[in-house]
Design a protein around this ligand. Structure first.
Ligand code: BGC
Length: 753
């Protein structure tokens, strides 16, 4: 074990400050005289972007060849913790082979709006799913002795004005949705680093947000690694260091190191704060260097096949009238330039230079399928092209089935800017019209990183959402189209019928540098289910070539007190005729009406693979936190008393089984006590109600609004309401109560705390 403290004692102030920023775009600083090494960081979440001489943070310059796996939008649709772990491990292996110590990812930001240009890099609109998948990704990478950087912390949910926008989020929403998406992953896996976001959160830059980086991340969640800035996210360096942001990236040419030195010298920053930061940096640096495997390598073909397996578990069959799967007897018209030039990843910092790319056409040739190809439209243009459409219609007419390969071109979605609409380009829409008029059996295969609207869905036989499927996209699509494997992915986000149906619509992307999260906790399905706004395809939806029956739901108890765990189990049977996987979802519906809540919230999931006729017993567990809401006033998670419903669904809109459960809480917490505390709030607390009765007994005759407190009838709604909403100070106006008696009452109430 190295003695970090004594190492720090030997460092000059300048050396310590210097360690708090990078040496170059992707490398930290070394201090040779003390044998302190540098480490290498590199993007990104679904493949490495190890760069040579020409370095940039936007994927502009070429990087070394690496496996490009499907991006997070698709990965999340697998709902597979095991698969995400395998992906993370593969990234770790490639990182070892390239001499990288930390991989910048995964991204656990919530998909607040389907327009966010970076949604393809994020997992879900649901924090539980997002955080569990992020955790699996990190576990995989770190199992290989390579660190992860969980990003972008926090509330980085749009690209519009991404480096300056102030996300105004109320505390309950922040805790239940946006922070929850990071919380489990941090607590469960201890990522070596967390990357702070570019944006501001409630007025402060995340890079200098003490509450976020120190109070919550470190003190509440127990984070032990270090915080790295997103590239150029630093505003005030000294404030950032004091707030808990240890490493600035990339290099700042020594400018900000000098600011740190000056701040220590002039007493603005305690040297002890710098020492703690340096210790955290050194701990990870040595951990990374110690875990380095010299001469590591990876098998590119193995990883390509892993990318293929992951892709086919990630794609989602949205609609199918039985046209899929195809058989080798079908004469297929393959239409759409994406079949030849697939869009398999997104633009920006996550851009991977793939070891190879397998387009659909190549995969169809490899499997000896009977098909004809015509491009139908050009990816690089949006305007319709009548000639290409007519040719495509002719090919479609001559075939048994048309497979239309559509999607969003690169320029339509990317890091750096948001989308402005949810439509496919005009040339693709015109092509759908032309082809469906010529061929009733039309299958649409989509390549996109985020939802699109599909006014044409009723005109086509099947829709396979391929997301951005990684370098083996073509092979995975062919496997699914021909039924080599049954589709099994389910949406990790809601596809709305119209952009206007999205809850964020009125508050996106904000006014100037302010974006208000006015929809609160009602993000995605939480809004659609609560307001009963029918989506195009709901959260959790995905079809299979098989069928699954759900039965025998049991709960380990029909009451819950907040202690221990509650086990939820059920039988899932594959009642179709091919092997397939099913994603089982557990939703909780809080019916206590304690505070406004979503109609239901995802609280568990499992994925099972079953042979035809086979049954599996699926078991999921619930704990206290799953039943709680976040009480901002008390800064704590609160367990409400009353009825909940446990729902088991094949999607959020396909609930198959449900059971009621009663939650009993031992004690309601004492409300904050003051002159303005309401009688009704005090009445919910047993002790406070007793003290009130003792102090106010003589007023019972004078004040009928105390009837319910005094257990006298309480059948006059008006009087009960007057009493419930009466601040203590108002007793003086309405009765013979005095200031002196109020003081005595407050003293006794406070003594209960
Ligand atoms: C992105 C990060 C990325 C970094 C380094 C930034 O622009 O927001 O996600 O890791 O660049 O490329």
């Amino acid at each position: 074990m190295r003695n970090l403290k004594s190492l720090i004692e030997q460092m000059t102030l300048e050396e310590k400050a210097g360690l708090c920023s990078g040496d170059s775009f992707w490398r930290t600083k070394a201090i040779e005289r003390l044998d302190i090494p540098a480490i290498n960081l590199s993007d990104g979440p679904h493949g490495l972007r190890a760069q040579g001489e020409d370095q940039d943070h936007l994927g502009v310059n070429e990087s070394k060849p690496a496996t490009c796996f499907p991006t997070a939008a698709g990965l999340a649709s697998s709902w597979s913790v095991a698969l995400l772990e395998q992906l993370g491990a593969a990234l770790g292996d490639e990182a070892q082979a390239e001499g990288l110590h930390v991989v910048l990812g995964p991204g656990a930001n919530i998909k607040r709006s389907p327009l966010c240009g970076r949604n393809f890099e994020y997992f879900s609109e649901d924090p539980l799913l997002s955080s569990h998948l992020a955790a699996a990704h990190i576990r995989g990478t770190q199992s290989r002795g390579v660190g992860s950087s969980l990003k972008h912390f926090a509330a980085n949910n749009q690209e519009h004005r991404r480096m300056s926008v102030d996300a105004r989020v109320d505390e309950r929403t922040l805790r239940e949705i946006y922070l929850a998406s990071f919380e489990y992953a941090v607590k469960e896996t201890q990522p070596w680093t967390v990357m702070c976001a570019y944006n501001r959160l409630n007025g402060e830059y995340c890079s200098e947000h003490r509450r976020l980086l120190t109070d919550i991340l470190r003190n509440e969640w127990g984070f032990e690694g270090y915080v790295v800035s997103d590239w150029a996210a630093v505003n005030e360096r000294v404030a950032g260091l004091a707030a808990g942001m240890e490493l600035e990236m990339p290099a700042s040419g020594g400018e900000r190191d000098a600011q740190i030195v000056a701040a220590v010298q002039n007493g603005q920053l305690e040297e002890a704060v710098l020492d703690v930061a340096v210790e955290r940096l050194l701990r990870i640096t040595f951990k990374a260097v110690d875990a380095r495997l010299e001469n590591a390598s990876f098998d590119a073909e193995d990883h390509h096949q892993l990318a293929r397996r992951i892709a086919r578990e990630s794609m989602v069959l949205l609609q199918n009238d039985g046209t899929l799967p195809l058989s080798n007897e079908h004469r297929v018209a393959v239409i759409g330039e994406f079949a030849e030039r697939p869009r398999y990843q997104g633009g920006g910092s996550s851009h991977v230079n793939a070891t190879r790319v397998e387009p659909l056409l190549e995969a169809l040739e490899t499997r000896g399928a009977s098909f004809d190809y015509t491009k139908g439209f050009e990816i690089d243009r949006d305007a319709p092209d009548r000639q290409l459409e007519q040719k495509a219609a002719q090919r479609a007419r001559d075939a048994d089935v048309a497979v239309l390969c559509l999607g969003l071109p690169d320029r339509h979605e990317s890091e750096g800017y948001d989308r402005t609409h949810l439509n496919l380009p005009a040339n693709q829409l015109a092509l759908i019209e032309a082809v469906t008029a010529a061929q009733p059996n039309t299958v649409v295969v989509l390549a996109n990183g985020a939802p699109i609207v599909m006014p044409w869905a009723g005109q086509v036989s099947a829709i396979l959402e391929g997301y951005l499927g990684g370098q083996a996209v073509g092979a995975a699509l062919a496997d699914l189209l021909y039924g080599e494997v049954s589709p099994s992915g389910k949406l990790a986000e809601t596809f709305p019928q119209r952009l206007e149906d999205n809850p964020v619509h009125l508050n996106f992307p904000g006014e100037g540098d302010v974006v208000r999260y006015g929809e609160g906790i009602f993000v995605g399905y939480r809004y659609h289910d609560t307001q009963d706004v029918a989506p195009l395809f709901p959260f959790g939806h995905g079809l299979s070539y098989s069928r699954f029956d759900y039965a025998n739901l049991t709960l380990s108890d029909d009451t819950f007190s907040g202690d221990g765990r509650l086990t939820v189990s059920l039988d899932v049977t594959n009642s179709g005729d091919c092997e397939a996987s099913e994603i089982v979802q557990l939703y909780l519906s809080d019916q206590t009406q304690t505070v406004p809540v979503a109609a239901q919230a995802l609280r568990g999931f499992d994925r099972v693979t079953l042979a035809p006729g086979a049954t599996a017993r699926v078991e999921m567990t619930l704990a206290r936190r799953d039943f709680c809401w976040y009480d901002a006033e008390r800064a704590d998670w609160r367990l409400p008393t009353g009825a909940f419903e446990v729902r088991i669904g094949a999607s959020s809109r396909d609930i198959r089984l449900s059971r009621s459960i009663e939650v009993h809480v031992d004690e309601t917490p004492l409300p904050a006590i003051g002159r303005n505390t309401l009688l009704g709030d005090l009445q919910t607390h047993e002790g406070a109600a007793r003290v009130l009765r003792e102090h106010l007994a003589d007023l019972a005759e004078e004040l009928p609004m105390l009837n319910s407190l005094m257990d006298k009838g309480g059948d006059n709604d008006l009087m009960d309401a007057m009493g419930r909403y009466l601040p203590l100070r108002a007793l003086i106006s309405f009765s013979s109560f005095t200031e002196a008696r109020l003081d005595a009452l407050l003293k006794d109430l406070k003594a209960l705390a």
